[in-house]
Design a protein around this ligand. Structure first.
Ligand code: DQA
Length: 145
């Protein structure tokens, strides 16, 4: 069975309380529970991990080799700053889907650029918690194609 690593970057542990008008009222636990339920329907298994620390996320990506077949990542603010996370994804060469709750392209200019997008299969943003649902479906369909 394919196994997918779901990584959540900084401040996503605050979902539910954090700027609900932008990110909605669902918590990270709600998102992880929904992903676990969806994974059963899709016949894959998922592990979810959140960190506020760039190096932790790099370590998690490096450790994913040989253990996971794909990566679903919301890098949070590191999307717009982290060459290190981008390089880690390129190094492990795991099929990766980038997701965001908000539509980063219609927000502040500094959110328009993603360091992650060029090493991802694709990016899904703007659908709230459904971005994760769509992202997992897209990743699984890619892994099976
Ligand atoms: C985010 C968008 C980022 O710009 C922001 O820094 C986040 C959340 C999103 O899911 O919409 O932390 O990745």
């Amino acid at each position: 069975m394919d196994t997918v690593l779901v990584l959540h970057g900084p401040n996503l542990n605050m979902l539910g309380k954090r700027e609900p008008e932008v990110y909605g009222r669902q918590t990270l636990e709600d998102i992880n529970n929904a992903l676990h339920a969806l994974s059963k329907d899709l016949g894959v298994s998922v592990s979810c991990y959140q960190s506020n620390h760039e190096g932790d996320l790099v370590d998690a990506i490096q450790a994913a080799v040989d253990k996971y077949q794909g990566l679903l990542i919301n890098p949070g603010a590191y999307t717009h700053t982290s060459v290190a996370i981008r390089d880690a994804i390129a190094a492990v060469a795991l099929p990766t889907v980038e997701v965001h709750l908000s539509n980063i392209h219609k927000r502040e200019a500094f959110r328009h650029h993603s360091y992650i997008a060029p090493v991802a299969i694709g990016q899904i943003c703007g659908f709230g918690v459904n971005s994760y649902d769509l992202g997992l479906r897209a990743l699984v369909s890619y892994l099976r194609s």
